[in-house]
Design a protein around this ligand. Structure first.
Ligand code: P5A
Ligand code: ZN
Length: 478
């Protein structure tokens, strides 16, 4: 059988909604806009994805914490740019039972303003720095743009936010590079391709000096921001008056950074690797890595096959592989194949009477549906090898597809044609906000920003014809 990606590419939104629901990853029928539920299978996928992220953060000196969901209005208002931008998205708690609260409390839209007053208590001297903390929490944003399951939620349930504190600007800058490296590794482990862009000033995180963003591309030709890293400079420390004592005995404001990831990465993982049969999960995050399907047609065969299946299951389990045997009696093997393909299990093991006789098992790769037969003795080696090949092939296929969709254009007409083909376009730009905003308006697209390690640029700004300073990236986006 060949892999089909017809529906996946033609009707991605419909495909996505159906697949996340039918596969048991996400339930989106709760009667509040932009709010969803993680059923057991999705919860496991979420856990394996988060395990990678936690490991990468902890290897690099981040420690897990947990701050309150509620933020006093007074704190939220301290950094003026921050509140100005978030004000229209805040859910407020105004009553406790029948009593009106003296001060409104915000459901956190992010935690900078909850963390700063506590940092003021924790950070005394240079010996306390650097400080790196992270938490995985729910946040609330009354998003005005159209909500989508996993992609744009009003209650984000998988908000990993890291916050760091430094003595100098240079150290904060190094932390920004470090955060970018951590996120690169994270997306690489998930096989998610990305571009890193410095967001234009009009689109940076409210209160930041600047924002670096990771964007990927979904099959419908829209980019998705799957992570951001912000250098907050001393904006928040000045607003909250957080200082530390230098070795020379002077009080200096601290420098902070923050960076965040949400369940959007799980949306990207599903969207990017999937096909018309459903999910295609990389082995490192698949809740079930190997599904075993016993095949038999009479009682005698059943007994022989079941014995063999138990042996194989035991061996794989003992070696730390997440394996599941589909023992259902009232479902045909063909139906089982469809079911587990939909759930994205990377490898299927079929064991039938012929396999038993020959001392073999049949393997089927989910990503290619390629089928082959191996002798039982080498099964474990073969499974491990298949995992690493699948992991690599998924990443390479995704990057190839992504790279083919990044193009350059030197005028607006060509750019528009590419945008309508679902591509990310790079064009010469003078760097002025005025021109950037006009580009967004004329092409009804989003300016993603500029490459962070960009070399010399030749050409004229596509809008004003002045000397270009950058290639600006634009795309349709979620
Ligand atoms: C960085 C962490 C922040 O909030 N404060 C702490 C900083 N940055 S951010 O860009 O606003 O959000 C971080 C990432 O979260 C994802 N995200 C969302 N995901 C789903 N639904 C939403 N409504 C939503 N809003 C933000 C994005 O991937 C974003 O980059
Ligand atoms: Zn210009």
């Amino acid at each position: 059988m060949k892999v089909s990606r017809e529906r996946w590419s033609r009707d991605f939104r419909g495909w996505f909604r159906e697949v996340i629901f039918n596969s048991g990853v996400y339930e989106y029928r709760y009667p509040i806009k932009g709010v969803g539920i993680w059923p057991p299978y999705g919860m496991k996928l979420r856990r394996y994805v988060l395990n990678i992220l936690k490991r990468l953060l902890e290897e690099r000196g981040h420690e897990e914490v947990l701050f309150p969901t509620l933020i006093p209005e007074e704190y939220l208002r301290k950094e003026s740019e921050h509140i100005r931008s978030f004000e229209k998205e805040i859910f407020w708690v105004t009553r406790g039972g029948k009593e009106a609260l003296k001060e409104r409390l915000a459901l956190r839209p992010t935690s900078e303003t909850a963390i700063m007053p506590i940092l003021k208590l924790w950070v005394k001297s240079h010996a306390d720095l650097p400080l790196r903390i992270y938490q995985i929490v729910n946040i609330f944003r009354s998003e005005t743009k159209a909500t989508h399951p996993l992609i744009r939620l009003r209650e984000v349930t998988t908000f990993k936010e890291a916050h760091t504190v430094h003595a100098t600007f240079e150290e904060a800058e190094r932390q920004v590079s470090e955060a970018v490296r951590i996120y690169c590794k994270f997306f690489d482990e998930l096989g998610i391709p990305y571009l890193i862009s410095r967001r234009p000033n009009w689109d940076k995180f409210a209160g930041a000096l600047y924002t670096l963003a990771f964007d990927t591309l979904l099959p419908d030709g829209r980019t998705l921001q799957i992570g951001t890293v912000h250098n907050l400079g001393q904006n928040f420390s000045k607003a909250f008056d957080v200082t530390y004592l230098t070795p020379e005995g002077k009080h200096e404001y601290i420098y902070t950074t923050s960076y965040g990831i949400s369940e959007r990465v799980i949306a990207a993982l599903i969207g990017i690797h999937g096909d018309d049969h459903g999910l295609v999960l990389p082995p490192n995050v698949a809740p079930i890595q190997v599904v075993i399907i016993p095949i038999y047609y009479n009682e005698e065969e059943r007994r022989a096959v079941v014995k063999e299946v138990e042996g194989v299951e035991g061996e794989l389990k003992r070696n730390g592989i997440r394996v599941y045997v589909d023992k259902r009696e009232d479902v045909t093997p063909g139906e089982k194949f469809y079911y587990w393909e939909l759930k994205g299990v990377p490898l299927r093991v079929e064991i039938g009477p012929k396999d038993v006789k020959e001392g073999k098992v049949t393997l089927v790769r989910r990503d290619t549906l390629e089928k082959w037969s191996v002798s039982k003795e080498v099964l474990l080696i073969e499974v491990r090898k298949a995992f690493s090949v699948i992991q690599r092939d998924l990443r390479e296929r995704a990057w190839k597809w992504f790279r083919e969709r990044i193009v350059r254009a030197s005028d607006l007409e060509k750019a528009l044609k590419f945008i309508n083909e679902g591509k990310i376009v790079e064009m010469p730009w003078c760097g002025r906000g005025e021109c950037g905003l006009k580009i967004e308006e004329k092409l009804s697209c989003k300016v993603l920003g500029v490459d962070i390690s960009q070399g010399k640029v030749s050409g004229k700004c596509v809008l004003c014809n002045n000397e270009a300073k950058y290639y600006v990236r634009i795309a349709k986006s979620y």
